[in-house]
Design a protein. Sequence first.
Length: 492
Amino acid sequence: MTAGLEEIELYIGGGPVPADGGRNYESIDPYTGHAWARVADGSAADVDRAVRSARAALGGPWGAMTAPERGKLLDRLAGLIERDAELLGEWETRDSGKLLREMSGQVRALPEWYRYFGGLADKVQGEVIPTGKPNFLVYTQHEPVGVVAAITPWNSPLLLLTWKLAPALAAGCTVVVKPSDHTPSSTVALARLFTEAGFPPGVVNVVTGWGPETGRALTEHPDVDKIAFTGSNEVGRSVAHAAAERFARVTLELGGKSAQIVFEDADLEAAANGVIAGIFAAAGQTCMAGSRLLVHASVADELVGRVAARAESIVVGDPTDARTEMGPLANERQFAKVLEHFRDARAAGATIVTGGEPIPELGGYFVRPTVLRDLPSDSRALTEEIFGPVLSVVPFETEDEAVRLANGTRFGLAGSVWTRDIHRAHRTASRLRAGSVWINAYRTVAPQVPFGGFGASGIGRESGIGAITDYQETRSVWVELSGETRDPFTLG
Ligand code: NAD
């Protein structure tokens, strides 16, 4: 055991608890390569404890609370996040190696989601439905779906958790969270704030754990009513299977291979900035990374030149330094995967415009911002999610070809259109099979706007008004008005 480490315990029933048998593991700071926290390694027994606690809260004071009361608690929580934003951002960076300024920015944005969904809590209304049956009054009611399992990845732990927690709690559910084994600390720190805000014990529980076992135990738990998952397609598939076994509700936010389409009339400076933000921010470790650049052949050399020049001047290094523009990859597995893609692209005959190498002098898991051209259409760099700072460029000649290339992927998370032609902008956006399309911009999100994927990028949407009803069941109530005895063999 290493001394001087931050201690991260499970959070069950409104307080910290050690894992069953006192098991733990160490969380590594990807910049220093050293352990900085000791984290409880939750077992199936711990998961069971957490689910029981969530179920008890549902049947206790939380279940008895009114929607406006839930809304007030979410608003109070938002204030506490604002107070502790610095610490939460720091812990996200220690765990993930992502830039402190990006993680702090994300944490400072979280209150917007809690306030938006807190405000929505008492605005989900049932309906009185006019039917063709005059002797019936029919109305609907919404009630919480029950105990929710929220499983999150390592790239933006608190933001992606908030997209689940805020609507789930506004809807009246209780939650058991399983953060990524690489980034557990900020989630436990956030859980403490729920208690401080006055949420009853057991409404939000966290089970940390190393490897797939903890998440698997949670998805397979028979008393979990809904699973909200963000992560890779491989794990998403097994989560969906587990949910199907007992017909649990499931939403999946999975990977992407998003295309930025740049037409010949675009503002190339703005487009270059958008392309750089889309693929090199967060070292490309975001689901919405714009990892394919589809550019009109007439401006391809100029745009690629601009992007490559800026890529070469990106300040890579210490994620806690405010001048740094790109940090390391988040873990060893991710680093190895990106290096494998470099080798594969070379073998496929790609032109390495810039990058394509690790940065050994920085130590840790650093790679150079990379731009690739001349890739075969079926190459891995053009078809697979790399989740690293690797841009693959494909020139096109016509609008139809650009749309066909953009849609020529099993994913459908995001995309962009860069042009000054307003007709072409909207026309192209409406042809993209993607859950979010930005026109002359990239990588903007807001609590009011649905986010999620077509095709292999997932099932369902997070954020937006509809997200709250995804955590509720609808009951239709039929009231017989005539009071007469009905024919038992006639429907209705
Ligand atoms: P991952 O799929 O490896 O892990 C995600 C979570 O699932 C982690 O908490 C992990 O511990 C847990 N898990 C692992 N095995 C499990 C199992 N068998 N059963 C249940 N849970 C299990 O993903 P990752 O590597 O942490 O994150 C990167 C991936 O997430 C990328 O593919 C990325 O595109 C995707 N992502 C998607 C979005 C989106 O909104 N669409 C956002 C961010 C990241």
